[in-house]
Write a protein that binds this ligand. Sequence first.
Ligand SMILES: Cc1cc2nc3c(=O)[nH]c(=O)nc-3n(C[C@H](O)[C@H](O)[C@H](O)COP(=O)(O)OP(=O)(O)OC[C@H]3O[C@@H](n4cnc5c(N)ncnc54)[C@H](O)[C@@H]3O)c2cc1C
Length: 425
Amino acid sequence: MWLAAVAGVALMIASGGLQAASATDGVYAVGRALGIVAAVLMMTQVLLASRAPWVERAIGHDRAIAQHTRVGKVAIILMLLHAVLLTTASGTYDGRDPVSQFLAWPQYGWFMLVAQIALGTFLIVLITSLTAVRLRWPYERWHAVHLLVYVGVAFAVPHQFLEGSTFRTGGLSWWFWAALWTLSIGSFVVYRLIRPLVLLARHDLRVAAVATLPDGSTSVTLEGRDLARLRASAGQFFLWRFLSPGLRTQSHPYSLSAAPGDTLRITVKPSGTGSSAVRSLAPGTRVLIEGPLGVFTHGSRTADHLVLICAGIGVTPVRSMLEGAAPGDRITVIMRARTRDEAPLLDEVEALAAERGADLHVLVGHRGETWGTRETPALIKDFVDDPRGADVYICGPRAWAAAVEADALAAGVPRDSVHREEFGW
Ligand SMILES: Cc1cc2nc3c(=O)[nH]c(=O)nc-3n(C[C@H](O)[C@H](O)[C@H](O)COP(=O)(O)OP(=O)(O)OC[C@H]3O[C@@H](n4cnc5c(N)ncnc54)[C@H](O)[C@@H]3O)c2cc1C
């Protein structure tokens, strides 16, 4: 990303974009450079949200989304600075104050009007993505407004090619810019729009069975054609869009709660509208999926001793990894729950642990000083005698998972051997 930004600014300078005979020239040149950097960050934004397999494999989905959140805010702030500096400098050249210059931009051509519209949509997205605002909205409504960002990109791209003096003259810089946007938008179209439809047609994935569990969560088994071609791994998740009334407008991430095979299975705890509606799914309901996603898998292992630690519904990827473990693997499983009745899939984990010869520790009780319970305080060193020879996989509520991770690192588990799956972005 930064290499592309530097290359873009270098092309701007090479095309004579660094005329600084006056302070205004300097402001203008800095404004242009910020526009190029902001555009490269915006390309990266689209790529990070594209679900492109090479992005997913390189950094994993949750980190891609975390980067997407960070880069997005910087990109929009740089774009705002780009607009402010160019409006101020152009106003000075044309004898207007910045506000009059901003209002006069549409007279310079439609590609300036689209730039203003793009900036407006980006600012709406920036403001609604501020944590204080985002958390006040139901996820679906926030996400619907967030999709405006793609309207902004669609308006910003012609502005860059038609108004951007670095690129409008054609040649190397035009092709460089076109290649970057094609990679970014192309990946988005292929993996976010086309691939889910291809998977729907190829696998015809449907709800086969729905079972409500004693703890109140619901297991949904899905069947389809040729599921092996999805190449899903134990521990991974998909984004699921159930094509039934009231649910087809929502896609939610749920981890596989059993190792993938002839069927797929998820287990969902009711926490809001979408997850609560899962229990009323009818067998035969078609399902649109994106994925498989995530690197919380055996493929990320670095050591022999597999330590799986989960709390509450965080058991789902842990249960599937336990089932997907190789015979003879040294496995320790630690489950935390308030009561045994509230622990989803506990019976299955107990049976699998016995089958796999795994050490299973079920910690039930109230919250305590440690990530265990008040009744059974827990420290990694109590369960792992070889911190440098262990992989610690953690899944559960954010604050709890952070406490387990800190304890694992303090116990000497190498950072690359600590793997965390968060059920919230
Ligand atoms: C990688 C991953 C794996 C998950 N696996 C499981 C699982 O196996 N079982 C399980 O019960 N839950 C799982 N979850 C959590 C589950 O996705 C949310 O509980 C569910 O999406 C909530 O939606 P809702 O409409 O019921 O609630 P809402 O009230 O709409 O949302 C509650 C919270 O869930 C989050 N959320 C809602 N919709 C989405 C969405 N489409 N994408 C991302 N976050 C969203 C938001 O942070 C929101 O604040 C997982 C989440 C992630 C990120």
